[in-house]
Design a protein around this ligand. Structure first.
Ligand SMILES: NC(=O)c1ccc[n+]([C@@H]2O[C@H](COP(=O)([O-])OP(=O)(O)OC[C@H]3O[C@@H](n4cnc5c(N)ncnc54)[C@H](O)[C@@H]3O)[C@@H](O)[C@H]2O)c1
Length: 346
């Protein structure tokens, strides 16, 4: 395989365009072609100076790419991805893995059957701060993890809701924003045993939620509360604190708080809190700012990692099973908020 991995991007909407930019900025990848059904595909192919294919079948019959990024709508993820996996072409598949659990399982079994790599696009996992926090937790610096508190409070402009799908089921902040937080906290704290959730639409009054509160009970015994809203004027969300996307002006705050018996961390403004003397609320609690070589261009990092996966130099950091796991928890959140019951994750 040549030095640069030749990648075709499938579905050039909001996210497909971001992937093209990331490929162009990556030292390890180059843009092979695009697949887009809309007329806009012609202009984009000219702009990026690559061939345009009207569908996946035509792409597969022509000069095949080394790998693909699938960034089509969720309902198409299974059909689109399986075609590539059956042709032994590795796939970076946008999150969520699919719009339903049955279809997600089919994607995973196709990757296994074809022995072809599948990477799910939870790009936050490619941020150096997140990986530092994982090391802190694994190194037992916090002692036993007791609980975590995650805030995802945003204020979305009213024009955002002009798109009808954003005010229909699945278009709310749980499906758009919180799925990333679910993936991340499972990456950091491990498997979940129970889920309980409340949803509310009392401010915006659309059919879909504007606010939700989710409780997770991890198999380790740790607890976690995730609190999300798209109608709170606040600086506390991963989006506004991590600086991964220049579209969101960054605040110097944190949105993740993870607490253990020996200490706590907050991030993305990464600080470690601990007692120098005996642990007691009567003693002063100290904090150290932890400096990490900042690497928050996570879409580029993700493409670099994917290129190494394609060359079999690395294993996917976010597997199909990780994608399925966050989909199962998302499904449980919806079930619990409707029934009021605690849902067991099998
Ligand atoms: N990782 C993230 O932070 C993030 C953010 C936004 C969206 N996403 C995900 O990215 C995916 C795409 O979302 P989006 O917001 O870019 O949607 P979008 O509607 O802006 O873009 C989808 C594109 O796919 C094209 N398309 C549809 N069917 C096609 C087909 N059969 N072949 C080729 N092209 C086809 C559409 O014409 C459109 O241009 C979704 O899975 C979404 O959940 C991820």
């Amino acid at each position: 395989m040549p030095k640069k991995v030749k990648i075709s991007v499938i579905g050039i909407g909001l996210m497909g365009l971001q992937h093209i930019k990331a490929i162009q900025r990556s030292k390890n990848a180059s843009l092979h072609s695009i697949v887009e059904i809309k007329k806009t595909g012609n202009e984009l192919a000219k702009k990026f100076k690559v061939p345009l294919y009207k569908n996946i079948k035509i792409l597969l019959e022509s000069d095949k790419p080394d790998a693909v990024v699938v960034a089509t709508p969720n309902v198409l993820h299974e059909t689109d991805t399986v075609q590539f996996l059956n042709s032994k072409i590795p796939v970076l598949l946008e999150k969520p893995i699919s719009d339903n659990i049955k279809s997600a399982k089919k994607i995973i079994s196709s990757a296994n059957k074809n022995k072809t790599s599948l990477l799910i696009g939870y790009h936050r996992r490619h941020n150096s701060i997140v990986n530092k926090v994982k090391k802190i937790i694994e190194g037992k610096k916090l002692g036993r993890i007791v609980s975590a508190n995650i805030l995802c409070w945003l204020y979305k402009h009213k024009n955002y809701f002009n798109e009808k799908w954003r005010i229909s089921d699945g278009g709310g902040p749980l499906g758009i924003n919180l799925v990333h937080d679910i993936d991340m906290i499972c990456f950091l704290l491990g498997p979940v045993k129970y889920v309980q959730a409340f949803k509310s639409n009392s401010i915006r009054k659309y059919k879909v939620e504007d606010t939700a509160s989710v409780n997770l009970f991890f198999k380790s015994g740790a607890l976690c509360t995730l609190n999300i809203s798209d109608t709170i004027a606040s600086p506390w969300s991963y989006e506004l604190t991590a600086g991964e996307n220049p579209a969101y002006p960054i605040t110097d705050q944190s949105s993740y708080f993870i607490g253990g018996t020996k200490g706590s961390v907050q991030f993305p403004n990464l600080k470690y809190w601990y007692y120098q003397k005996e642990r007691s609320w009567w003693n002063r609690i100290h904090n150290n700012k932890i400096n990490v070589q900042k690497s928050n261009e996570t879409l580029i990092n993700q493409i670099d990692h994917f290129s190494k996966v394609v060359k079999k130099k690395e294993k996917p950091k976010v597997t199909g099973n990780d994608g399925l796991n966050s989909l199962i928890i998302f499904d449980a959140i919806n079930k619990s908020s409707k029934s009021g019951k605690k849902i067991k994750i099998k």
